[in-house]
Design a protein. Structure first.
Length: 223
């Protein structure tokens, strides 16, 4: 009986399967991801009134309950629970819900809850093939990509040039910096990173993958 239930749950949680009911479960999880992302993006806005904050808390709480059930079910059906916990998806699943429950226990801060909610967006890697590829690249080459972002934000040119060939163009107040990885292992997955801005601000980060896919992060001032 338990094995049949486990098999049924595995089918329902298979993002690319075709089992009856799977689309409904996927829709529920995607809705929870959207709700968590909305909470993470808007929870810190000071101009929100009490009613809006209450609705945000409801969205966030409902999303965490869905994610907690999902995490426990994935843990139960995993062939190796240790492997799931230590895998990238397992770590994301766990860290998405942990801050919320620690906050209820008086241990974690509200900001930790917000960060956990924003982390839920990484769960899209299970459902969006292109997003999954980007997440895999970030996971595999996180040192190089982290060095690029930290070096840019801190102005540490030596750190950038240690790992990238750096090309810079400047037109009036706009500038664009192109980073080409020096390591062949990184170049096999990432063609380059383009970081654009105006004056002293970064407005766009473009990650160009070796297979031709692109991922763009646009940064704008809140209105």
């Amino acid at each position: 009986m338990a094995s049949a239930v486990r098999a049924r749950i595995t089918e329902l949680l298979d993002a690319r399967g075709d089992a009856p009911g799977r689309k409904g479960v996927t829709a529920l999880l995607l809705t929870a991801i959207a709700a968590a992302t909305i909470f993470g993006l808007f929870a810190t806005l000071p101009e929100l009134d009490a009613g809006a904050r209450l609705r945000l808390r409801f969205l966030g709480g409902a999303a965490v309950i869905v994610f907690t059930v999902e995490f426990l079910l994935r843990l139960w059906i995993a062939p190796s629970r240790r492997h799931y916990i230590l895998s990238f998806p397992g770590v994301v699943d766990f860290l998405t819900v942990l801050p919320f429950w620690l906050h209820l226990a008086g241990i974690a801060t509200p900001m930790a809850v917000i960060l956990g909610m924003l982390l839920a967006s990484v769960k899209l890697a299970r459902y969006v093939p292109g997003f999954g590829l980007v997440a895999a690249v970030f996971r595999a080459e996180r040192r190089a990509l982290f060095a690029a972002l930290v070096g840019t934000l801190s102005g540490d040119e030596a750190r950038l040039r240690d790992m990238f060939d750096v090309f810079f163009t400047d037109t009036d107040c706009n500038w664009r910096m192109t980073l080409v990885p020096k390591q062949e292992r990184v170049r096999a997955k990432v063609d380059g990173i383009e970081i654009a801005g105006n004056s002293g601000s970064i407005v766009e980060i473009l990650l160009k993958l070796a297979n031709g896919d692109r991922s763009v992060l646009t940064i704008r001032e809140a209105e």
